[in-house]
Design a protein around this ligand. Structure first.
Ligand code: HEC
Length: 144
């Protein structure tokens, strides 16, 4: 009885060590990323200015001021302020490829306070208007 308790304890300590060796489950820049479902209030949203060069230009100006410090000028996740964050900013071209516009809108609006993200991604819904968020997304959609 005592011995099996000891064994369980050893296994628990070992698995905790293994988990922390993997960075506590933080997504690596180039692997898949854990995402939750898009809440109903955002699901199905569509970019009304998709592909517009004017919207992309307006979005670039907003992105360069508000997002590039963490996400990097081209969205690669390599902005100077992002380097020390955990989890780090993800590559936005990949985020666009792996998700949909409604999810991207939701994440910009609500930020990263909630599960499973728990990140320092700020919420922008009280700072940027809906039109401005779509302009930023139109710019992000040009990242390769
Ligand atoms: C203080 C640093 C910081 C700033 C500024 C910031 N972000 Fe983020 N953002 C993050 C981090 C860190 C993550 C990754 C963790 C997460 O998903 O929350 C993230 C995640 C995201 C995601 C989700 C990506 C995915 O793979 O699911 C999007 C979209 C995004 N940011 C867009 C933006 C936009 C657009 C702006 C500017 C309006 C911005 N971010 C400003 C730190 C930042």
């Amino acid at each position: 009885m005592k011995r099996s308790f000891y064994l369980v304890a050893v296994i628990l300590v070992l698995s905790a060590l293994m988990l922390s060796a993997c960075g506590g489950g933080a997504p690596a820049a180039d692997s898949g990323k854990e995402r939750g479902a898009t809440p109903a209030e955002y699901a199905g949203k569509k970019n009304p200015v998709a592909g517009s060069a004017d919207a992309a230009a307006a979005g670039k100006a907003l992105y360069d001021v508000n997002c590039a410090s963490c996400h990097g000028e081209k969205g690669a996740g390599d902005g100077p302020a992002g380097a020390s964050l955990s989890p780090k900013p993800y590559n936005l071209a990949k985020a666009v490829a792996e998700t949909d516009e409604a999810y991207i809108y939701y994440r910009i609006a609500e930020g990263g306070m909630m599960d499973p993200y728990k990140s320092s991604m700020p919420a922008w819904k009280d700072i940027l208007s809906e039109d401005e968020i779509w302009q930023v997304i139109t710019h992000i959609q040009t990242f390769k």
